[in-house]
Design a protein around this ligand. Structure first.
Ligand code: PEP
Ligand code: MG
Length: 556
């Protein structure tokens, strides 16, 4: 048997090809002293390199569009941070070369970030990437990053910075495997947006030799190293059959006995619409509007800019449901003008709806822009709040929607265990629930979604998480309201069947997952889904829950 490595599958599909490693980090520039008369020239060199790298990141963002663009633009801002540049200048003034000044100033900033914990520590990889790009430019060496190759390959990396993931060419990069990263990390979300198979949190990924052929299964998380040629052929044949079956899949999401489960798309902005339409999404189940705000974290985008983006999205789905989530700032998505800078635990601080209730003018402007955007369109607009903790939160949000004159359904995301436990009480105030299983897992298991080391607890197959889903779905059913899932759990085809069995009424996911989920649902009956859900909840671990559901749904 060929050696098999296992990580966490985060983007479906099978990729077979030779391993290529990501360009490694830039060497440490020499710490030679420069004469003081050269300082101004070195300072100008440093500034020019920073500006060029920021412009390059923005250009990459423009090319990539969607969620990737916002992430790359945030990196460009990081490169041009005035305090960081002031530190570079100071270091050059006392004898550092431009490259050494950058290297040391970034190291000092990096140490601050790494010590700050949670969200900020998670940005260290982004910061290192920016530093490497600037130092490489100054040293005149090739940029670190995606290898140049004319042949398709499987990309292996320690971790992938958003700047790299955004520019992966799907005709050359067959798939990717990283040592770090969790199932809900930036690289995982971007991989799904790109539609290439990906496995993250795979110990030993960087040790797999360049050029060896691997077979990567982005669903199971398995990576076979040097499988024999016959096995490769068999895997290719199975993957081709699967792809053809998927391409042929169309129509609404439903079980084999006709129980309808609308399959909706998660989007970050208008750039994600073509993929959603191509996958025949039955609407949008999660529009993450914060990506419109990340462009410039110093102020809110104008009402006009918001109006234009919302209008494009609402126009794309006539007679369909479009669920817009109001701004979810804070924690892993801080905004300078809203998020307190000194929170000890940002994920437990003022984030999501809490931020908006502290800044009602920002929420009101967003709701006004949405109300205008929906005017005259035949769309079914639904608006929901992130991070609703209790009925008081739900009421405050519904009041704000009413005050803005919004003609839409108002809903609450269930991302905090308290919201699932008291779903009935929350449903007194709003018309629907949407389960954000990424944060719900984070808060249920006290496991930071940014940290690869706790990925086991971020597994949405955890029976405790399934219990909370069941509680929410039962409460919605008892009150005749709907309860969807828009977290990454919905993108797992087997789990999608279990969620259906738990009583979830719609599933929303990155567009590339829709055909997989549609195909899986079409093979099973609602009764099977219910049995699989009961079997999964009766298990004591995520792995046993998955195995039990698999048994019921496939008979294997
Ligand atoms: C979630 O938490 O599951 C969710 C959908 O929201 P986000 O991933 O944007 O936090
Ligand atoms: Mg969330």
């Amino acid at each position: 048997m060929e050696p098999m490595l296992r990580g966490v599958g985060v983007s479906h599909g099978v990729a077979i090809g030779p391993v290529r490693h990501m360009g490694t980090a830039v060497l440490e520039p020499p710490a030679t002293q420069i004469p003081s008369e050269e300082a101004p020239r070195e300072q100008a060199r440093a500034q020019a390199a920073v500006d060029a790298v920021a412009a390059d990141l923005i250009a990459r963002g423009n090319l990539a569009g969607g969620e990737a663009q916002a992430v790359l633009e945030a990196q460009a801002l990081m490169a041009q941070d005035p305090e960081l540049m002031a530190d570079v200048s100071r270091r050059i003034a006392v004898g550092s070369s431009a490259e050494r000044g950058i290297y040391d100033a970034f190291a000092a900033y990096r140490a601050l970030l790494a010590a700050a914990g949670d969200y900020l520590a998670g940005r260290v990889a982004d910061l290192d990437d920016v530093r490497n790009r600037i130092v490489a430019r100054l040293l005149g060496v090739p940029m670190p990053g995606v290898p140049d190759s004319d042949e398709p390959y499987v990309l292996f990396a320690h971790d992938l910075a958003p700047a790299d993931t955004a520019l992966l060419d799907p005709t050359l990069v067959l798939g990717f495997v990283t040592e770090e990263g969790g199932p809900t990390s930036h690289s995982a979300i971007l991989a799904r947006a790109l539609g290439v198979p990906a496995v993250v949190a795979l110990p030993g990924a960087t040790g797999v030799a360049e050029g060896l052929v691997v077979a990567v299964d982005g669903s199971s998380g398995e990576v076979l190293v040097s499988p024999p040629v016959e096995r490769q052929e068999e895997l290719r044949r199975l993957a081709a059959e699967r792809k053809a079956a998927l391409a042929a899949s169309s129509g609404p999401g439903r079980t084999s006995d006709g129980h309808l489960v609308p399959l909706l798309a998660n989007i970050g902005g208008p750039a994600d619409l073509p993929a959603a339409q191509e996958a025949e999404a039955e609407g949008v189940g999660l529009f993450r509007t914060e990506f419109l705000f990340l462009d410039d974290s110093a102020k809110a985008p104008s009402e006009e800019k918001q109006f234009e983006a919302y209008r494009k999205v609402l126009e794309a789905f006539p007679e369909r449901r479009v669920v817009v989530r109001v701004l979810d700032a804070g924690a892993d998505k801080p905004l300078e003008f809203l998020t307190p800078a000194d929170e000890p635990n940002p994920a437990l601080g003022v984030r999501g709806l809490r931020t908006l209730l502290d800044h009602p003018e920002v929420l009101a402007a967003q709701l006004r822009a949405l109300a205008r955007a929906a005017e005259g369109l035949p769309v079914h607009l639904e608006v929901m709040a992130p991070m609703v903790a209790d009925r008081q939160d739900a009421k405050a949000f519904a009041d704000a929607c009413r005050e803005a004159g919004l003609s839409a359904k108002f809903g609450a995301m269930v991302e905090i265990p308290s919201a699932a436990l008291r779903a009935r009480s929350i449903l007194q105030e709003v018309e629907f629930l949407s389960l954000g299983t990424n944060d719900l897992a984070q808060y249920t298991f006290a496991a930071d979604r940014q940290v690869g080391a706790v990925a086991r607890l971020q597994d949405p197959w955890q029976p405790a998480l399934l219990d909370l889903v069941a509680l929410s779905a039962e409460a919605a059913q008892a009150t005749g309201k709907s309860c969807g899932v828009c977290g990454e759990a919905a993108a797992d085809p087997l789990l999608a069947c279990v969620l259906t069995g738990l009583g979830v009424t719609s599933l929303s996911m990155g567009a590339s997952s829709i055909p997989y989920v549609r195909t899986a649902l079409a093979k099973v009956t609602l009764a099977q889904c219910r049995r699989a859900a009961a079997a999964a909840r009766a298990a004591d671990s995520a792995a046993d829950a998955r195995a039990a559901a698999h048994q019921v749904l496939t008979g294997e």
